[in-house]
Write a protein that binds this ligand. Structure first.
Ligand code: GDG
Length: 467
């Protein structure tokens, strides 16, 4: 069996706590690395005054991680710049927030070259190489330029935007062209894949064959849908753990019979937090008699705090939650508990289980794992209701959720009312359909699906010549 080399912006370091605190993606990739042997390569999270290319390796739990330090300027232009000020907003359909700076693009190219230079000597002939996410789209091309002949795969964790939106990126052509250096490119949903294929056909004049291979000139890449899942078995077990029980009881004791509505999201504009609070406010306004029977717990750990738009959304939400609480709270009830910090995964599982409703209402999301975690954490005898944005990738699989348009406050308010009134039999029916999917298509299934595609493809043309 081939070794695996995983390359992503950051690496997950195997810890003794792997079952408790690591996200599903880290758990799946670490287990694939353990099974096949190999390396996880990425940025250390540290800066250095001058780039040296020195590689720090650690070994533990059967996995080797290799990291490099980057310069401050790299972080400004590549991570906080092109990745999070240009591609992230654009890929989430937020052209209004997208910044087009030449320096960002230069930094993005430089860091991708630095990654290629440093990882190249670590890769052995038969290794499968799997690159992750929008930070590293051109990495495959850089590796081919340095002579790499290995199977090379790329998976995008975000949406892929419609062609008309993508063409607003000055170097859209170069970016998409670089994806043809890979053997396989994967997306979470048919929607994102369709947008990619449309671009190939409409903008590049390419073709798509019945196996999903996209061809432009003499270059071909296989394109697939591989929807990521969670470590469902681990999460179901976490929801029954003593820590989860404790968090669950803590929620109940502090709410005296009120129904908990929960939201858990990185503090990010793509998650639709502002619209969610406005939808909840609409529910409060429309239902004076139900007000004190519910409360919303919104957990929102800050992320990407060096990017202005993230600082703005944070102060915007501080103000909005404060205003709604000021307007509706009573001496013995506060409608929103807004918490800007993270919780251990097992506690999170208990909070999900205690919640009668989950509001997972991103404006656009590649997949959204919180929706799946909420389903996995439910009590089968008395499950809660998932209210899910139809613009989240997860909506393609979790069709029995209450699907809503997150931009509509009325939709959201009506969905909350419907969820509160939903009979137990219907909640069980919907939950059963969803848990079946969440169990069958878990994160290990996803990982196998992608790696099978990566191993199975016939090499078309001399990919080493690409670029
Ligand atoms: C990207 C794509 C795609 C959140 N708060 C806490 C906490 N979390 C965990 C959740 C969940 C994860 O963070 C968030 O995953 P999402 O999928 O919701 O979102 P992104 O971070 O934007 O991830 C997304 C994903 O990649 C995978 O491909 O689904 O569409 O944007 O696991 O539980 N975890 C803990 N405490 C918290 O307070 N422990």
């Amino acid at each position: 069996m081939s070794r695996l080399v995983v390359i992503s912006n950051r690496v997950a370091v195997p810890t003794a706590d792997a079952a408790g605190n690591q996200g599903g993606l880290a758990v799946a990739l670490l287990s694939a690395l353990r099974e096949n042997g190999g390396i996880w390569f990425g940025w250390s999270g540290e800066t250095t005054p001058e780039f040296t290319g020195d590689i720090r390796t650690t070994q533990g739990g059967g996995v080797t991680t290799a990291t490099i330090d980057l310069e401050e300027q790299d972080i400004d232009e590549y991570y906080n710049g092109y990745a999070n000020r240009t591609l992230w907003p654009l890929f989430h359909y937020r052209i209004d927030l997208t910044e087009f700076e030449r320096d960002f693009e230069g930094g993005y190219r430089r860091v991708n070259e630095r990654f290629a230079d440093t990882v190249m000597p670590l890769v052995e002939d038969d290794d499968l190489v799997w690159v992750h996410d929008y930070h590293l789209i051109p990495l495959g091309r850089e590796l081919r330029r340095r002579g790499m002949k290995n199977r090379l795969g790329f998976f995008l964790h975000t949406p892929w935007p419609p062609a008309r939106l993508l063409t607003s990126l000055p170097s859209h052509h170069k970016l998409v062209e670089s994806m043809f250096a890979y053997d396989v490119v994967g997306f979470h949903t048919e929607d994102w894949l369709d947008s990619f294929r449309r671009y190939v056909v409409d903008i590049m004049g390419g073709t798509i064959d019945e196996d999903g291979c996209a061809t432009v000139g003499d270059r071909t890449v296989r394109t697939i849908v591989a929807p990521i899942g969670i470590d469902t078995a681990e999460f179901e077990a976490a929801a029954a753990s003593p820590e989860a029980r404790f968090a669950h009881d803590r929620m109940h004791m502090s709410s005296t019979g009120r129904s908990l509505i929960v939201g858990v999201d990185r503090l990010d504009y793509s998650k639709g937090l502002r619209e969610r609070l406005l939808g909840y406010e609409r529910f409060l306004a429309n239902n004076p008699d139900r007000r004190a029977l519910v409360y919303l717990l919104q957990i929102a750990p800050p992320s990407r705090a060096d990017v202005d738009t993230y600082q703005e959304i944070r102060s915007d939400l501080d103000a909005l939650s404060g205003r709604i609480n000021g307007e509706y709270a009573d001496i013995d009830w506060v409608p929103i508990r807004y918490v800007n910090r993270g919780y251990p995964r097992s506690e999170l599982a208990g909070i999900y289980r205690a919640a009668r409703i989950a509001l997972v209402t991103p404006l656009r999301d590649g997949m959204n794992l919180v929706a799946k975690e909420y389903v996995a954490a439910q009590d089968p005898e008395d499950p809660g209701v998932l209210i899910l944005s139809s613009f989240a990738g997860a909506a393609a699989q979790l069709k029995e959720a209450v699907l809503i348009n997150p931009y509509s406050a009325e939709d959201m308010a009506d969905a909350i009312t419907a969820a509160l009134e939903m009979p137990r039999a219907e909640r069980i029916r919907r939950w059963q359909a969803m848990i079946e999917n969440v169990r069958a298509e878990d994160v290990f299934w996803w990982c196998r699906l992608f790696l099978d595609a990566l191993e199975g493809r016939e090499v078309v043309g001399d990919t080493a010549q690409i670029g």
